[in-house]
Design a protein around this ligand. Sequence first.
Ligand code: SF4
Ligand code: SF4
Length: 433
Amino acid sequence: MKWSMFIFKVVANGQVLLYNTFNYAIVVFEEEVYNRIAGMIESGQIEDCEEITALKEQEFLIDKDLDEQAQFLSILKEEHDNDTRMCLQVLTTTGCNFKCPYCYQEGICREERISKETIETLYDFLDKYISVNNKIKKIFLILHGGEPTTNWKHVPDIFDVIRRICAKYDIEFDTQIITNGYLLDEEKINLLVANNLRNIQITIDGVGYVTDHRRLARNGAPTFNRIIENIHKILATDTTGKVRIRINYDKENADTVPDTIDFLAKEFPDERVEVTLGYITKTMDSLESNPYINKYGIELSELVRYYPTFHRKLREAGFSPENLLIFDGLCVSKMRHNMVISPTGEIYKCPSGVGISSFVEGNIHDFPTEVPDYLFYKLYDYCFEQRCPFIPLCQTSCRFLAAAKNGAVDSIDCKREALEQVNVELLKDQFMT
Ligand code: SF4
Ligand code: SF4
């Protein structure tokens, strides 16, 4: 037997924790027990005992001859090639009624609005694409922008297209929306709920003034109270969809995050509400030359000062954040049938690339039946050479940031150091006494 390479090991407080990033299993040993087991494995003299049995069952210990890289890539390829999911992000507009100082889309064209003609073409495109890619069994529709609610008049037409396609090919769909929440009213909410709402993502940067001055309406109006009212309207429906409230933080508002978490827990005691954390990072500065981010953005190396504290606060407030910090993973850009459709019908793989010509991967008006994706198997060679335990969680990093940093989308922007630093703290806090 040998240790799997997908083990992230934490030693603290006289204990050793092993986290299997491939199957999410966790074991914690007293240090002396771990040392005894490790000694057995190193010497090859493995005795039967309950610890060894458990480690084998949870694939911490694997067959000595198993080639984990080959096995991992073969599973990945199998899942990718036979993917039955189509994640379809439709941008109803690139325009927005807010003017957030850190917005990554601020530099791109703000005027595009989806038209009836583009939506009709979307039907023909999907018809052709799905007739060829006939393993697709579910469409995950995501309404996105800009701010999708600012060009709502054609949203019923988009749902009509999706419903007709799903009926024709006997496939399911559900709906997500990423919105600032300001213009959500009963009519829009009811339309979303009637179309299998799975989740709504809304960003709140803090309580009252904190949101009002960071999530700025273009017309100067305060935004916080109205967003909160609109979240109540969603929760007043019988939707089983989640309301995912994201708190964006940087050095300007980081000290208010614990109060924001307390506020959200009291305001929305509803199991459909989830709270997630998004940090504004200086990494983006090189992309956008944004003076706000330059001033307040958080360096990756500084994340360990913030994230574990906020994570603990979320748990204390009754929310259930993911056990570990994961940056990129098998994101939408790496999925075979994911597409981001711009208001004019351009196809992208990554939502962050919208408006940047080098990220355009096609156009629905050309009716492609295949769109290149950003899952580059060759990149895994580097990660396996490093014997990085985060491979299943990171999946060779973010293509968008890698392109910005290195000038090539098929390159790597490794954040292993930050993953190690933050996740040691998270695991210690959650599982080690
Ligand atoms: S490439 Fe990066 S920015 Fe684009 S979807 Fe993936 S993780 Fe997100
Ligand atoms: S990019 Fe870095 S952190 Fe991600 S899997 Fe590769 S080596 Fe690990």
